[in-house]
Design a protein around this ligand. Sequence first.
Ligand code: GDP
Length: 207
Amino acid sequence: SSGAVPEFDYLFKLLMIGDSGVGKSTLLLSFTSDTFEDLSPTIGVDFKVKHVTVGGKKLKLAIWDTAGQERFRTLTSSYYRGAQGIIMVYDVTRRETFTNLSDIWGKEIDLYSTNQDCIKMLVGNKVDKESERVVSKKEGIDFAREYGCLFIECSAKTRVNVEQCFEELVLKILETPSLLAEGSAGVKKNIFRQKPPESDASTSGCC
Ligand code: GDP
């Protein structure tokens, strides 16, 4: 044997969802900009890869962005398939982006998400615009409690709490045995493939 050290201990798929304009792309860029490998042009899927060490584990995070498709509500089950974490973003200065998370995005997660244990992180973005805030921190906390998700407020612009957002989500995934098993480096599964071999209309779970 060559004794080669594996590139990572776990590979996790994370998703960004939420209304157009809430700051999903900016948040993702803010988190990945220093070291990201942009694979989008080569394989036609909009996600970024980031290598991090959290809790002593070497992780490869494949973070999917909607690439604007959320505007037309055309996210399909293949987008959600196999995700261990979902980052639900709203803009603290636009109330409809907050209510849409339960009205629209929550239903879609229920419909398409294939893993019951999938960890959700509610993110109130743009806290740098404090004078324009219309959704209070308390409302975010209450929502998160009701839906059983993690919660953080951040600013993708000033980078306040951006690292923490992803780290807290990943830490929780690391504490969840079923998700760990899926993300283990030894498990062969191609999360970089957008279209499943069979019809995309199928919402039957793969996990
Ligand atoms: P997406 O459609 O959800 O991906 O949103 P974008 O990342 O494209 O951001 C929409 C707009 O909000 C852009 O003009 C961003 O520069 C701006 N934006 C994103 N995050 C923040 C933030 O934390 N603070 C402020 N002030 N503006 C932000």
